[in-house]
Design a protein around this ligand. Structure first.
Ligand code: SF4
Length: 463
């Protein structure tokens, strides 16, 4: 791959983002065929599109377009939208006189892509005196998610991102906190919270100075024991930890967190083993680890990107090799271009187990396939044949209701099922689990459903 990174006088590469406006420049530089260029242009009217020099020149294999996994990861593609929607977009965008019409079509298509899966908006935003606290989500007893407003972009956007709605400029669809004041209030009122997960977007898009303003106040809260930072920066812009002007300051901030006695967990998002090949990425991981931070790795299983047992095994081995901990293989969520990327649960379990069996013991820290769904994190432990047919074996790894954690249950095997909603629970499922799986989210209108949670439980357990 060619290296076209911009360098400054001291040899450091400078960050430069590219969006839809620079599409022609990218297309000319890399010889993107006209039909692919047009597809990217159209789909990026609806879904976010952003790349940078490092991703373009170090990660994408331009000799294998459009099939290349990294190209699929960051470039919107034909097939991500329904055919009728794509035609409607093409028609209105071809007519410069219909700007209002274009906005309407884009808004309609986005609204149909389930922008807030798993009841995030309805169920997870905590209240103070009846008012929602912007920028926080509190789903599990011990963990709160914090979304700093300056961290709501990323160094590049993943086409499958379940938080895509954060990036399309619709204020209605954003979670963001301008400062940590509400978070600190919430922590004071909830001493059971031991973990703060700082997320976005990508918090590492912020300057170190800004990040410090968000994180340092947490070190005065005794009940907070672990600070987690969710980030894809090691994959998309490892220079954040190596040659950026404030990279050394960032490592000092990490040092300070660890010196305070807290665990610092960098929750690194790696989708494909190629992201761990460049020296920059390996150096970044080494520098992060030198502070005492622990790097945990996670990613969803995505058709066309990493749905191959050999690729997954390579990914988890490369993570271990870099001193990081393979942690989660998620199931792609039911949002955005889900039909394009989804891998059925049966296939996901098979891929996971095939890859897992080849791993050295220390890489078998990885868990999957895991659905981060309304009631909690549900792992598909595999399938089983019984006298009454074939079943999925499932378990709640994490749950809104702590009493459900670790409890196994079953659902009827279905080779096409791709999410929890597609499953039919065993009639013998304990009522508390069945209620949690049927979920209040449906009662509050997730995915436009109108039935009550209770009637759905009745459906589920009655079969
Ligand atoms: S880096 Fe994370 S938050 Fe950003 S687009 Fe990718 S998946 Fe979404």
């Amino acid at each position: 791959m060619s290296s076209l990174l911009l360098t400054d006088p001291v040899g450091a590469t400078r960050f430069r983002a590219y969006g839809p406006r620079q599409l022609d420049e990218i297309a000319d530089r890399y010889g993107l065929p006209a039909d692919i260029r047009e597809a990217v242009r159209l789909v990026s009217l609806v879904l976010p599109f952003r790349v940078n020099e490092y991703v373009l020149s170090e990660l994408i294999d331009w000799s294998d377009i459009p099939g290349d996994a990294m190209f699929q990861l960051v470039f919107p593609q034909r097939g991500m939208l329904a055919e009728g929607d794509e035609r409607a977009l093409a028609a209105v965008s071809a007519d410069p006189g219909t700007r209002a019409g274009l906005r309407g079509v884009v808004a309609r298509i986005r609204g149909g892509l389930n922008p807030h899966p798993s009841g995030q908006k309805e169920l997870n935003v905590p209240l103070r005196e009846g008012e929602k606290l912007p920028g926080l989500q509190h789903k599990y007893r011990e963990t709160v998610l914090y979304f700093p407003s300056q961290g709501q972009t990323c160094h590049a956007y993943c086409t499958y991102c379940f938080r895509w709605a954060q990036f399309v400029g619709d204020a209605e669809l954003r979670f963001a906190a301008t400062g940590p004041e509400d978070l600190l209030d919430h922590l004071a009122a909830h001493p059971s919270i031991s973990d703060v997960l700082v997320t976005g977007g990508d918090p590492m898009i912020m300057s170190t100075e800004r990040l410090r303003r968000h994180l340092e106040p947490l070190l005065a809260v005794d009940t907070v024991r672990t600070i987690r930072i969710g980030t894809k920066s090691v994959a998309y812009w490892p220079q954040r930890y190596t040659t950026d002007a404030d990279a050394d300051d960032l490592l000092r901030l990490f040092d300070d967190i660890v010196a305070s006695g807290r665990n610092l967990a960098v929750m690194a998002h790696f989708s494909h083993p190629r992201e761990l090949v460049p020296d920059q990425a390996r150096r970044a991981l080494s520098r992060i680890r030198s502070t005492g931070a622990v790097v945990y790795c996670q990613a969803p299983l995505i058709a066309r990107v990493n749905d191959d047992a050999a690729v997954l095994a390579d990914l988890w081995r490369a993570e271990l090799d870099a001193g990081a901990v393979p942690y989660y293989m998620f199931v792609e969520r039911d949002t955005g271009p889900h039909d394009y990327f989804k891998v059925p649960l049966a296939r996901a379990a098979e891929l996971f187990q095939t890859a897992y069996r080849t791993l050295p013991g220390l890489a078998r820290t990885v868990r999957g396939p895991v659905m981060s769904a309304t009631p909690g994190k549900v792992v598909v432990d595999g399938t089983e044949e019984a006298f009454d047919g074939r079943w999925f074996r499932l378990r709640l790894l994490q749950a809104r209701e702590p009493a459900l954690v670790g409890r196994p249950f079953r659902a009827r095997y279905d080779p096409a099922a791709a999410w929890l909603d597609d499953l039919r629970l065993d009639p013998a499922t304990p009522a508390d689990i069945a209620r949690a799986i049927a979920g209040p989210a449906r009662a509050v209108g997730e995915s436009g459903a109108t039935r009550t949670g209770q009637s759905l439980v009745a459906d589920v357990v009655a079969q």
